[in-house]
Design a protein around this ligand. Structure first.
Ligand code: HEM
Length: 215
């Protein structure tokens, strides 16, 4: 199959990681934007959730597409992890730009944590969602639990660390490493994960600290 031959090459693997990463990042941006309605109150968050569910076929196609992209990202990521362990080189491109930071060294581990988080999260809000409970109320119920909220906060920190290197690496693969843009790129590699950390992480904190009293 053409895809298998493609990912055998190092540029193929890099492109799969960068393209799937970009698509997952776009999903995160939409998800963060939608979830930010929580800060406006349960009524608005419910309107948003009901709006989404007004397009069941689209939601199904979108969910299936997202799963495929996620599996490609995890699958090729695992391939790189085991190749690196064998050869101690992530991509066998001699001229590659290497970044050796805490975020780059921990990519497989933050990735694995996000994987576990996603199983818990999708089960809680999709497959395991109790019948008849509105999603706006479910969010409040879940985040009233200290350990549930703590697990989410730790997961968002792992996500921010993963994005810090992932975003940089994606830009390198797409060839965006001109000296003229490097200052902007290093600002973005910090700003983008931080924005997600603040929007997502703020939600459990909002419920934990009692700021959501009028939710
Ligand atoms: C506090 C932060 C978050 C909240 C409150 C939240 C809330 C939700 C809710 C309510 C749903 C169900 C949507 C529906 O079908 O009505 C959902 C689905 C989902 N969430 Fe989150 N989410 C958060 C963070 C995240 C993060 C950080 C990720 C990714 C790393 C993520 C990935 C997903 C995925 C993959 C789905 C399933 C999408 C689908 O069914 O198409 N979520 N989330």
């Amino acid at each position: 199959m053409w895809f298998l031959s493609f990912i055998k090459t190092s540029i193929g693997k890099k492109l799969v990681m960068a393209t799937s990463g970009l698509l997952l990042l776009s999903f995160l941006a939409i998800h963060a934007f939608g979830n930010a309605a929580i800060y406006m109150g349960s009524k608005y968050f419910q309107i948003y959730a009901d709006f989404l569910h007004g397009f069941p076929v689209l939601v199904l196609i979108f969910g299936f597409g997202l799963l495929l992209i996620f599996l490609a990202h995890v699958g090729v990521g695992l391939l790189l992890f085991f190749e690196k362990r064998k050869t101690s080189s992530r991509y066998d491109v001699e001229t590659r730009v290497v970044e050796n930071t805490f975020a780059s060294r921990t990519m497989p581990y933050t990735g694995a944590w996000i994987f576990v988080f996603l199983i818990v999260h999708v089960f809680a809000f999709n497959f395991g969602k109790p019948e008849g409970v509105k999603v706006s109320m479910l969010v409040q119920q879940y985040f009233s639990g200290f350990f549930y909220s703590l697990f989410y906060i730790i997961s968002f920190i792992a996500l921010a660390i993963h994005l810090n290197h992932g975003f940089w690496s994606m830009l390198q693969t797409f060839g965006l490493n001109h000296p003229r843009y490097n200052k902007l790129i290093s600002t973005l590699t910090v700003a983008v994960p931080l924005i997600f950390l603040v929007i997502f992480g703020g939600i459990p904190i909002y419920f934990m600290t009692g700021s959501a009293a009028g939710y």
